[in-house]
Design a protein around this ligand. Structure first.
Ligand code: ADP
Length: 393
């Protein structure tokens, strides 16, 4: 490391300088000694650098105080290259009371370059992050727009089809055809709604519509919709809830959480398997657990499976349908409530999901006395019908 050391007299003239300092700037002692320090080649990087050095010397002389700064000087390749030095001027007096100034410098070029590199990389990272955020926003906006555009025509298809299906004197062949149209349009609508929900969640920071409700009732009402299906599939279906569990939560979102988890459990549980649901209060939290005897989810996907579009068995070869949005909606809705969802291997051999929701709304959140939200029975009917139509794994 290049060390700079020089001695100046009380007028700022160079009295002595060490060899590396002189060689670094390509100057000799003869041509610089006795001359003002700031006129030497080190300081001729720019008129400002030289002037700054002059001002510094004068300050040290006038105020008799130590001064330090980082500065760029000619100090390499015989004075053709600049270096950054950590430079200081230190006044001192001899026994006769005469003022001398010790000038010292430490080459910090590499350190500065490293710092600049870190700053540059940090800036690049920041820009990349901004770009990603912007892309993410555009993607959500695109999803929202597309979903919206798809919803309208789908609703317009479903309306007349359902009207036709409601009539008693429909040709059986036509009824079968129209039922197929209805089932598939509804399925499409469900997926579009899921997409729209997620896009909205991202874009607007959706908030729960808190209301006082009985969580035990909500869970029982939702789980009972699956009893017929459990019977058909010979699935041992066990639901345990307390008599009541008063809570402040968004009924619609809680229903969606339960519905999505239940649909998955039934989707992946083979005929003759088991599904167990339970709801309990633990301290200030409600804990909803659902486990099944399906194939479970590999350990390394326990986190990733909550990412949108993520499926354990993706691509065209998968045996079970779906879009990979259900669990990400469950997690988003859980976290909106300030809750947490976790996944492990349950006792039944398949997956076990545990949802923890705070029983109370956060301080300051408005809470309605009663919830008027109810997940359209359509939604539930559709989920169970879809499952009934599918071949169990
Ligand atoms: P999908 O619409 O594909 O079901 P989800 O987000 O609900 O989307 O689930 C993502 C993936 O997680 C599923 O494709 C499946 O691979 C896996 N999964 C979810 N629930 C279960 C379960 N109960 N048992 C086994 N695998 C499951």
């Amino acid at each position: 490391m290049y060390q700079f050391a020089a001695l100046l007299d009380g007028d700022g003239r160079l009295v002595e300088a060490n060899k590396p300092a002189l060689e670094g700037a390509g100057i000799t002692a003869e041509e610089t000694l006795g001359k003002p320090f700031w006129e030497a080649h080190w300081w001729q990087v720019s008129p400002e650098t030289s002037e700054q050095c002059r001002q510094d010397c004068l300050t040290v002389i006038r105020e008799n105080r130590f001064l330090r700064r980082e500065v760029e000087i000619y100090g390499e390749l015989g004075g053709r290259e600049t270096i950054m030095i950590d430079f200081s001027l230190n006044p001192t007096r001899d026994q006769a009371g005469r003022l001398w100034i010790v000038a010292e410098g430490r080459n910090i070029t590499e350190k500065k370059q490293a710092e600049a590199e870190v700053a540059r990389k940090t800036e690049q990272l920041r820009e990349a992050h901004e770009q990603l955020k912007e892309l993410d926003r555009l993607k959500s906006e695109f999803f929202a727009n597309v979903s919206h555009e798809l919803r309208t025509p789908l609703t317009l298809i479903l309306g007349p089809v359902r009207q036709q299906l409601a009539s008693d004197d429909l040709d059986p062949n036509l009824r079968e055809g129209l039922s197929l149209v209805e089932r598939n349009a509804t399925l499409l609508l469900k997926q579009v709604n899921n997409l729209l929900d997620l896009a909205r969640l991202e874009a607007s920071g959706m908030k729960p519509d808190y209301a006082r409700l009985d969580l035990a009732h909500v869970v029982r009402a939702m789980t009972s919709n699956f009893e017929l299906l459990a019977g058909d599939r010979e699935v041992t279906y066990d639901v345990q809830t307390p008599q009541t569990l008063p809570a402040e939560a968004d009924a619609d979102k809680v229903q969606r959480i339960v519905l999505n988890l239940l649909s998955n459990a039934f989707k992946f549980t083979p005929t003759g398997g088991s599904i167990r649901c339970s709801l309990a209060a633990e301290g200030e939290q409600a804990v909803f657990t659902i486990e099944d005897s399906g194939p479970g989810i590999p350990d390394h996907l326990h986190e990733a499976v909550f990412d949108r579009f993520r499926q354990v068995e993706g691509g065209a070869t998968r045996k079970v349908g779906g879009t990979g949005l259900g669990l990400s909606i469950v997690r988003e809705f859980t976290e909106l409530h300030g809750g947490r969802i976790s996944l492990d291997d349950g006792d039944l051999g398949g997956a076990r999901f545990v949802v923890r929701l705070p029983l109370r709304a956060p301080e300051g959140a408005g809470v309605a006395d009663r919830s008027d939200a109810h997940l359209g029975i359509e939604h539930v009917r559709q989920a169970t019908e879809e499952l009934r139509a599918a071949t169990p794994p």
